[in-house]
Design a protein around this ligand. Sequence first.
Ligand code: PHE
Ligand code: ZN
Ligand code: ZN
Ligand code: ZN
Length: 264
Amino acid sequence: SPDIPAANAMAHAQQLQSISTANGGNRAHGRAGFRASADYVKAKLDAAGFQTTLQSFTYQGATGWNVIAEWPHGDASQVVFLGAHLDSVPAGAGINDNGSGTSAVLETALAVARADARPAKRLRFGWWGAEELGLIGSKHYVANLPAAERTKIKSYLNFDMVGAKNTRTWGVYTDSASLGATLTEYFRGKGIATRGINIGARSDHAPFKSAGIQVSGISSGDDPCYHSRCDDINNIESSVLGHGTNAAAYAAWKLAGVPARVPL
Ligand code: PHE
Ligand code: ZN
Ligand code: ZN
Ligand code: ZN
């Protein structure tokens, strides 16, 4: 898998901070900062050659969106899915929660495109709306999948809060020993400690799990600015976000079966 510079993911987090600042200080469902966040992510993916979809839904009288991107190579009947929620709470910019996961998954997708990867399986990426109001976007996505499409999704990996300062031990949650082992393997290779955590249904892996799909995810852990105004760009640490990003890329490469490049 590639070695993605932490600065690449930090640049996305910076853009999400700017979007928040320019739109009243948050990126919450129903607010201009959310729509601008979705437009930012989609434009990057479109430019990189992904098949992208904006899936709309309505919640509490406001339109929300999921951004879905598929890399159009590999066996379409075996989908490896990586996702992160794109919305913040109204209190602030939501840069650790979850500009960090948004940036990690976006930069992983862009690395797939830069590598012009030809995976054995299909890679799909999702950025969910209205997670903070009860996993609304990811529930909408899963509920609207035809049964035949649902069974094609072989695994879902979730990235929610992957940039917290002073992270010493990463949390790994999983309902599948092998998916959890793949994420853990990345950190072991870097000499970074992990521990198993149980976050229940507190993030977007939950609707996938309820649909019978194997799920796992990582989180960098506790954060004093959680759901507060101070969850801004100064609330994350570049090296931590770099590891969250490279863990996502490691898992994407391994689970989708991206062959190592033979130098010409
Ligand atoms: N960040 C989640 C939320 O949207 C909750 C969560 C807690 C996720 C702990 C991962 C780890 O508020
Ligand atoms: Zn192909
Ligand atoms: Zn949250
Ligand atoms: Zn979150």
